[in-house]
Design a protein around this ligand. Structure first.
Ligand SMILES: [Zn+2]
Length: 318
C-alpha cells in the first residue's frame, strides 16, 4: 500500500515540476489569444471578453482600462474631456530606488504604457444628462498606487467639480493602496481626500464610489468618504488583502473566516458598502437613478428653505 502511495506521490511531484517548467511567462500570457478565467476555470478567448467589456460568461470581471469605462459605460454618447494633473514640480522627493531601479523611471514607464499622467484618469462630461466628474483608477499603472502625484490629480478633479457645480462626482476604485515610494507624502493624502469629499458634500454634489477588485489599505479608507459606496459582484475579492492574508494574521481564528470574506457580498453584509451591482454594465444606471432621486430631494429642500425664509421675512415685515 505504502509502495503504491509513494509511486503516486512521486508521479504528482514530477507532474508538478513539469507543469512549473512549461508554465508560460508573463510576456507569453500577454501575447496569447486565450486567458484562463479564475471565476469558472475555463479558457476564454480574449477577443470574446473584449466584446463584453472584459466580463466572462460566469460574470468574473477582468481589469478594464478606465478610458473604455468612461467612453462606453459611463459618459453619455461616449463624450468626455480630461481633467489634467497639475504640473510636476518635485516628482520624487525621496529619490526612491527599488532593486537598483529608480522609482521615477518606473513611474515614467507606467505613463508611457497607459498614456496617463498619473494612476488616475479624471474626466468630466454628462452622465444621464447630469453634469459629472469621474475618477477612474487604472491598475495597469503600477497597481494604481496612490502617491502625492495622484493626490494632486484627485484634488484637481474635486476642484473642477466644485468650481463648475457639477451634479455627480464618481470614483471607480481599484488600487493597491497608498504608494510606499511616496512615504508620508502619500499618507497625508488620506486627510486631503477626506476634506475634498466633505467639500463636495457641502455643495450637494452627489458623491458615489464604485468598488471593483483589488482594493486595499489607505485607498479603501478614502472610499469611505463617498456618500454612497457600491461593490461590483463580478469583481471577486474586492479586498486586495483577502481571505488568505487576513486568515494568516488571525492564526488560530483562521478556521472561522467567512467563506465569502472580502467579496462584494461580504462587504455589503458587513456594512462596509451600501450595496452591490451585478456587473460594471449596470454601473451607470445605478449612479443616475440614485443621483436623480437625491438631487430632486435636495432641490425640494432648497425650495422649502427659501419658502420658509420668504414667509419669515413677510411676517417680520408685517
Ligand atoms: Zn469565467
Amino acid at each position: 500500500m505504502n509502495w503504491i502511495k509513494s509511486k503516486i506521490l512521486s508521479f504528482v511531484e514530477k507532474a508538478k515540476d513539469k507543469f512549473q517548467k512549461v508554465r508560460p511567462s508573463k510576456e507569453d500570457q500577454d501575447k496569447s489569444l486565450w486567458v484562463n478565467c479564475p471565476g469558472c476555470n475555463n479558457m476564454q478567448l480574449k477577443e470574446d471578453l473584449k466584446k463584453n467589456f472584459n466580463i466572462c460568461k460566469c460574470n468574473f470581471h477582468f481589469d478594464l482600462d478606465p478610458k473604455i469605462k468612461f467612453e462606453h459605460l459611463l459618459f453619455d454618447t461616449g463624450e468626455w474631456e480630461t481633467i489634467s494633473c497639475p504640473s510636476w514640480s518635485n516628482p520624487d522627493p525621496l529619490d526612491f530606488v527599488v532593486n537598483g531601479k529608480k522609482f521615477i523611471d518606473k513611474y515614467k514607464n507606467y505613463q508611457k504604457k497607459t498614456g496617463q499622467e498619473s494612476a488616475l484618469l479624471i474626466g468630466h462630461g454628462k452622465i444621464g444628462g447630469l453634469k459629472a466628474v469621474a475618477v477612474g483608477y487604472n491598475f495597469a499603472f503600477g497597481g494604481s498606487a496612490f502617491s502625492q502625484r495622484e493626490n494632486e490629480h484627485f484634488l484637481a478633479g474635486a476642484q473642477f467639480a466644485l468650481a463648475n457645480k457639477v451634479d455627480i462626482f464618481v470614483s471607480i476604485y481599484q488600487s493597491g493602496g497608498k504608494s510606499v515610494q511616496g512615504n508620508l507624502n502619500s499618507l497625508k493624502s488620506m486627510s486631503t481626500v477626506q476634506m475634498a469629499h466633505s467639500m463636495l458634500k457641502q455643495k450637494n454634489i452627489v458623491n458615489i464610489g464604485i468598488l471593483e477588485s483589488k482594493i486595499t489599505g489607505g485607498t479603501f479608507v478614502d472610499a469611505f468618504g463617498n456618500d454612497f459606496l457600491f461593490s461590483i459582484k463580478g469583481s471577486t475579492d474586492n479586498l486586495f488583502s483577502g481571505k488568505r492574508v487576513s486568515a494568516s494574521v488571525r492564526s488560530s481564528d483562521s478556521a472561522q473566516m467567512p467563506e465569502d470574506f472580502g467579496t462584494s457580498a461580504f462587504l455589503a453584509r458587513s456594512g462596509m458598502c451600501d450595496g452591490t451591482i451585478n456587473s460594471r454594465l449596470g454601473m451607470k444606471e445605478k449612479i443616475v437613478t440614485l443621483a436623480k432621486v437625491l438631487l430632486k430631494k435636495s432641490a425640494a429642500q432648497d425650495k422649502n428653505e427659501s419658502n420658509v425664509s420668504v414667509s419669515q421675512s413677510i411676517s417680520s415685515a408685517s
